[in-house]
Ligand binder design. Structure first.
Ligand code: FDA
Length: 406
C-alpha cells in the first residue's frame, strides 16, 4: 500500500504532490494521470505564456462556494508565496500593467518543467497514462482501479480538474469519483466561455473587431444583476474577449435559474443612453457617423446606423426623434439574443463542483470521506480571467498536499 495517491497531475495535483513530498520525504507518493501528454492545460494557458497568478487576489474574484470559504483557503497560500515558490523553482515572474503575472520567459513550458522537476526531486512517482476509472473506500485506505490494473493507497488526493477542454484529460470523470466517495455536486456548467448569436446577427459579420464594451446582465424585471466592462471581441459565431468570458458564467447561471435574465451591451462604455441621446439632439450639421466615430470603430458605427434604419450620413436636422432614440438604445443598451455557449471544448474553466462546505478547509480534507483530499477545479470555485484560477489551484493544492502528508 502506497502512503499517498494523487489522481491528476495538473496544476493542483502537481502542487499537492510537491508539498506532500516536501512535507514527508520518506513517504511513497504516487501521482496518476490519464493523459498521454502531461500538463497540456498549463502549456496552452495564457496564450502559451501561462498567467500564473494576479497581483491582487480576493475571494470576490471567484464564484461558486461562499467568499468566506474561498478566502479561508486563499489565505493559506497567498500570491507572495506563489511568487516565492516559483522563484525557488527558478521561475521568475513579472507583473504586467493589468496586474497579471507571467514567467519572465513568456513561456508556459518554463512553468510546467519547473513543476515536473520539483515533483521528481521530492520523489513523487509520476505515472501516466494511467486513467483511474473507479475508487473504493476500504477500511485501511483506498482501492484505485483502471485498465492498467489496481493499487491501494492509505490517503488520496483528488485533483482531476473539471470538464473544460476534455481532450487534455480533464473529462469530468473525477466528479463521478467524488460522488462515489460520498460527495454531492453543485450544477456543472462551462465558464469563461464564448457566447453564440444567431448566424445572421450583424455582430457575426464584424468578426475580428475588438473594442471596449460594458456587458450588463438584467433580470426579467430589468434589475441590473451584474455589469462588466472590458474588452469584447466580435467573432463569426458571436462574442468572445475577456469581458464576455467573464460574464458568461453569470449569464449561463441566470439562464439555468430560468428567471428570464437578459444580456445587453453598451458599445460606448463612457456614454449612458441619456447622454448619447442628448448629444444626438445637439448634432447640428455634423453627421451621425462623425459623432459615433468619436467612440466607435467605423465598421460598427455603420452597422448600428443600418440597424437603426438610418443613413450614416444623416445630419442633426434630418434625424427623427424615433431614429435618435433607437440609435442611442442600440449603442448603449443593445440586447444580445444569445442562443448558447461554445461548450466545454472552448470553456477555460468549469463552474460548479464539490461544494467547499463538504471539506475541512484548513486541510482540504473531505468531511464525507476521511483520508480523501480535494483541490483545484474539481471544487465548486471558478475565478475570473487574470490568473485567479491558477492561484486557486496553487493555494488549494498546497493545503491538500501538506495535509495529506501529515
Ligand atoms: P486540470 O484540468 O489542469 O488537471 C486535471 C488533471 O487530471 C489532468 O491532467 C487530467 O488528465 C487528470 N485527470 C482527470 N481525470 C482523471 C482520471 N480519472 N484519472 C487520472 N487522471 C485524470 N488559468 C489561469 O489562472 N491563468 C491562465 O492563463 C489560464 N489560461 C487558460 C487557458 C485555457 C485554454 C484553459 C482551458 C484554461 C486556462 N486557465 C487559466 C484555467 C486553468 O488552466 C485551470 O483552472 C487549472 O489548470 C485547473 O487545474 P487543476 O489541476 O484543478 O485541473
Amino acid at each position: 500500500m502506497t502512503d499517498l495517491a494523487i489522481i491528476g497531475a495538473g496544476a493542483a495535483g502537481l502542487m499537492a504532490g510537491i508539498w506532500a513530498g516536501r512535507t514527508q520525504p520518506e513517504h511513497e507518493i504516487v501521482m496518476l494521470d490519464g493523459a498521454a501528454k502531461l500538463g497540456a492545460k498549463i502549456l496552452i494557458s495564457g496564450g502559451g505564456r501561462c498567467n500564473v497568478t494576479h497581483a491582487q487576489v480576493e475571494a470576490q474574484d471567484f464564484c461558486g462556494s461562499t467568499p468566506p470559504a474561498i478566502a479561508k483557503v486563499l489565505r493559506r497560500f497567498e500570491v507572495a508565496q506563489t511568487v516565492a515558490f516559483f522563484r525557488e523553482l527558478g521561475v521568475e515572474l513579472k507583473q504586467e500593467e493589468s496586474g497579471k503575472l507571467f514567467p519572465v520567459t513568456d513561456s508556459a513550458r518554463t512553468v510546467l518543467q519547473a513543476l515536473l522537476q520539483e515533483a521528481q526531486r521530492v520523489h513523487v512517482k509520476l505515472l501516466h497514462p494511467r486513467r483511474v476509472d473507479s475508487v473504493q473506500r476500504r477500511e485501511t485506505g483506498f482501492l484505485l482501479r483502471g485498465s492498467w490494473g489496481e493499487m491501494t493507497a492509505r490517503r488520496l488526493v483528488l485533483a482531476t480538474g473539471g470538464k473544460s477542454l476534455p481532450k487534455t484529460g480533464s473529462d469530468g470523470h473525477g466528479y463521478a469519483i467524488a460522488q462515489a466517495l460520498g460527495h454531492t455536486l453543485t450544477p456543472i456548467q462551462p465558464a469563461l466561455v464564448p457566447l453564440l448569436l444567431p448566424g445572421a446577427h450583424f455582430i457575426c459579420s464584424l468578426s475580428g473587431l475588438t473594442l471596449p464594451a460594458t456587458l450588463e446582465l438584467r433580470s426579467a424585471s430589468g434589475k441590473r444583476l451584474k455589469s462588466i466592462t472590458g474588452s469584447a471581441l466580435c467573432t463569426h459565431f458571436g462574442l468572445s474577449g475577456p469581458a464576455v468570458l467573464d460574464m458568461s458564467r453569470h449569464y449561463l447561471a441566470a439562464q439555468r435559474a430560468a428567471n428570464g435574465a437578459t444580456l445587453q451591451i453598451n458599445w460606448w462604455p463612457e456614454k449612458s443612453f441619456e447622454q448619447l441621446e442628448q448629444e444626438l439632439q445637439q448634432l447640428g450639421r455634423a453627421t451621425v457617423l462623425a459623432h459615433l466615430r468619436r467612440g466607435l470603430p467605423e465598421r460598427l458605427a455603420r452597422r448600428l446606423c443600418d440597424q437603426a434604419g438610418l443613413a450614416a450620413e444623416t445630419t442633426g436636422p434630418e434625424l427623427t426623434r424615433g431614429q435618435r432614440l433607437t440609435l442611442a438604445r442600440l449603442v448603449t443598451q443593445m440586447p444580445l439574443p444569445i442562443i448558447g455557449d461554445r461548450g466545454f471544448n472552448f470553456a477555460e474553466v468549469t463552474a460548479g463542483g464539490v461544494p467547499l462546505r463538504e471539506l475541512h478547509l484548513e486541510r482540504m480534507e473531505s468531511r464525507r470521506c476521511p483520508g480523501l483530499f480535494l483541490c483545484g477545479e474539481i471544487c465548486d470555485v471558478d475565478g475570473r480571467i487574470g490568473g485567479f484560477n491558477f492561484q486557486w489551484a496553487w493555494a488549494s493544492g498546497h493545503v491538500a498536499g501538506v495535509s495529506a502528508a501529515t
